[in-house]
Write a protein that binds this ligand. Structure first.
Ligand SMILES: [Zn+2]
Length: 62
């Protein structure tokens, strides 16, 4: 995914910064502990499509 595009994206819930996961399949908001899916290269920035991070994932916060 394009880094420039990523820089333009903000969390739809808190408007905070998003992190691309290692597999580049999700955009993660650690503030809300939510992961937004990337489908066919297009980020789905909808809270009702997001997954809640599990405890291990939350601990990866930097
Ligand atoms: Zn957020």
């Amino acid at each position: 995914m394009d880094k420039k595009l990523l820089a333009l994206l903000a969390c739809p819930v808190c408007k905070g910064e998003l992190k691309l996961n290692d597999a580049r399949t999700e955009l993660i908001c650690y503030q809300d502990a939510m992961a937004f899916p990337i489908r066919e290269g297009i980020p789905v920035m909808l809270a009702n499509e997001a997954r809640t991070l599990d405890t291990d994932e939350r601990l990866h916060k930097q």
